[in-house]
Design a protein around this ligand. Structure first.
Ligand code: XMP
Length: 528
């Protein structure tokens, strides 16, 4: 296994992720673990992460000296390179002292000399026959003198010592970040380090993660009881399944149904968890309470506040009844951790002020259990499948916390929600059924998010011999990588036609269906 020492970079988890991707087990520990820990850990190699500090200042983090005395390969990344250089007798200087600009973003480095780390790994070759690597840099300080025994591995114009190595001792250091995808060969470089240089075995699979996580959860909570707010979304579902695997009936899930869920969603959550998996789930049907609070409110942000606040109230009231609970479990995943990490903090590990934690009564003093903190969304999905959750559920499109509350424009009413649920279910059913010939995939999988929106306006229609005057439903389907920007999906006309026909025929109260052809920006994905 590979030991990653964290100096507080925002992207430390990505190192672990890349190492896992190459099939090698790795763990992240804070940089200030003891020498004894390092000696007894049994690492095949150590990676020192980047970090926000400057080694030119006195009281900033250093690697435990034992790291350099273990006899295993060490890779320093960014701050990790700088502290390695300084601790081994080299010199690090600030951008100001060196009279160089700070370097953020894309850079092209030239490989100098032949080292095992870069051998045969390059994006291009220059006229002199040096390998070129396209990398991502983010640093102010630079190594200005290498420690004794090191040779230059790579340089750029603004960073003469961009990578260095002491191949005798197997110490490597790079100023750029191989863990981010902008460094095209980053995965190859990390894989080279862990597999070829450290000789770590590529035998790690998601199944191992489960047994390790299960052991860790058992050790953490002992015989204590744990509460978890189950929403039916991927993260809380996978967390519930994993924790249940670890501690069985010591886990109680609270599932708050705010009346703004999709068709049959509440029943499906209960069937899946309480039924199939045998998890203890308390279902709270708070529809009336939510609808009461939402009556007369049409401003989107006001609605969000009410739904969020009410959710906390209901969850708190229910949790307060579970007087033995000592832990609150959450499906926090790694992107949440990064997102909520405050700027200027020493490490990236700040706890998310999650909507269902913020309001927990002080006296409960629950400790947080977050078994998915280290995983990315796609890893959480794989874990879910491995834990026996249906693929269909685990690969669902995202669904906003306020649910249909922001898909019913203006004032939310139960009747509107009932109409929308049925229209939405028809749309989703047809998307799943319709296979695109070119890709062989169905349109649900070809879109990132798809749903129906209820428009509280009436338009005229004709059905049979009669005139109708009923509501409109808009269909929305988008394709996106990160949900920050999105294209509207070019769904086949036949599919749209079928969905429209079915909704108008099957959902009484809707006589017109329209398709949203707006991109984001300038529109957003949701209508509110
Ligand atoms: P927009 O509409 O901003 O949506 O383009 C981007 C993504 O965020 C989701 N979304 C929300 N998720 N609470 C949530 O949990 C919300 O209030 C909320 N508003 C939007 C939206 O579904 C899309 O995936």
């Amino acid at each position: 296994k590979i030991l990653i020492l964290d100096f507080g970079s925002q992207v430390t988890q990505l190192i672990a992720r890349r190492v896992r991707d190459s099939g090698v087990f790795s763990e992240i520990y804070p940089y200030d673990v003891s020498d004894e820990f390092i000696q007894s850990y049994g690492a095949k190699g150590v990676i020192l992460s980047g970090g926000p500090n400057s080694v030119t200042e006195g009281d900033t983090p250093r690697a435990p000296q034992a790291v350099f005395e273990l006899g295993v390969p060490v890779l320093g990344i960014c701050y990790g390179m700088q502290t390695m250089a300084q601790q081994l007798g080299g010199k690090v200087e600030t951008a100001e002292a060196l009279g160089k600009p700070r370097e953020f973003g894309f850079a092209q480095i030239r490989a100098r000399g032949h080292t095992k780390l870069f051998d045969g790994i390059q994006d291009a070759t220059n006229d002199e026959g040096h390998g070129l690597l396209n990398v991502w840099m983010s640093h102010g300080d630079s190594v200005s003198e290498m420690p004794a025994g090191f040779k230059l591995m790579a340089s750029t114009d603004s960073c003469p010592i961009a990578a260095m190595a002491d191949e005798e001792r197997r110490f490597y250091a790079v100023q750029f970040h191989p863990e981010v995808t902008h460094t095209v060969q980053g995965e190859a470089i990390l894989s080279r380090f862990v597999k070829d240089i450290c000789g770590a075995k590529a035998d790690w699979v998601m199944g191992d993660y489960i047994s390790e996580a299960v052991a860790k959860i058992r050790e953490q909570v002992g015989t204590d009881e744990v509460i978890l707010g189950l929403s039916g979304g991927v993260d809380s579902s996978v967390a519930a399944a994993l924790i249940h695997r670890a501690i069985g009936d010591q886990l109680t899930c609270v599932f708050v149904d705010h009346g703004l869920l999709r068709l049959n969603e509440g029943d499906m959550v209960m069937e899946m968890f309480a039924g199939n998996l045998g998890v203890k789930v308390i279902r709270v049907d708070a529809t009336d309470q939510f609808m009461g609070k939402l009556a007369g409110v049409s401003d989107p942000e006001a609605k969000r506040k009410i739904i969020g606040g009410e959710f906390i109230e209901v969850f708190d009231a229910e949790s307060a009844k579970l007087t033995n609970a000592k832990w609150l479990a959450q499906g926090t995943i790694y992107p949440d951790v990064i997102e909520s990490a405050g700027k200027g903090k020493k490490t990236a590990h700040t706890i998310k002020s999650h909507h269902n934690v913020g309001g927990l009564p002080e006296h409960m003093k629950l400790k947080l259990l977050e078994p998915l903190r280290e995983l990315f969304k796609d890893e959480v999905r794989k874990l879910g499948v491995e834990l026996g959750l249906p693929r269909e559920m685990v690969y669902r499109h995202p669904f906003p916390g306020p649910g249909l509350g922001v898909r019913i424009l203006g004032e939310v009413k139960k009747d509107y929600a009932d109409l929308l649920r049925r229209a939405d279910a028809i749309f989703i059913e047809e998307l799943r059924k319709t296979v695109d010939e070119q890709t062989g995939k169905n349109w649900y999988d070809l879109t990132s998010q798809a749903f129906a929106v209820f428009l509280p306006v009436k338009s005229v229609g004709v059905m049979g011999d009669g005139r109708t005057y009923e509501y409109v439903v808009a269909l929305r389907a988008v394709q996106t990588q990160d949900f920050m920007t999105a294209y509207w999906a070019h769904l086949p006309y036949e599919l749209l036609g079928t969905v429209s026909n079915r909704i108008i025929n099957e959902v009484r109260g809707i006589n017109r269906v329209v398709y949203d052809v707006s991109g984001k920006p300038p529109a957003t994905i949701e209508w509110e």
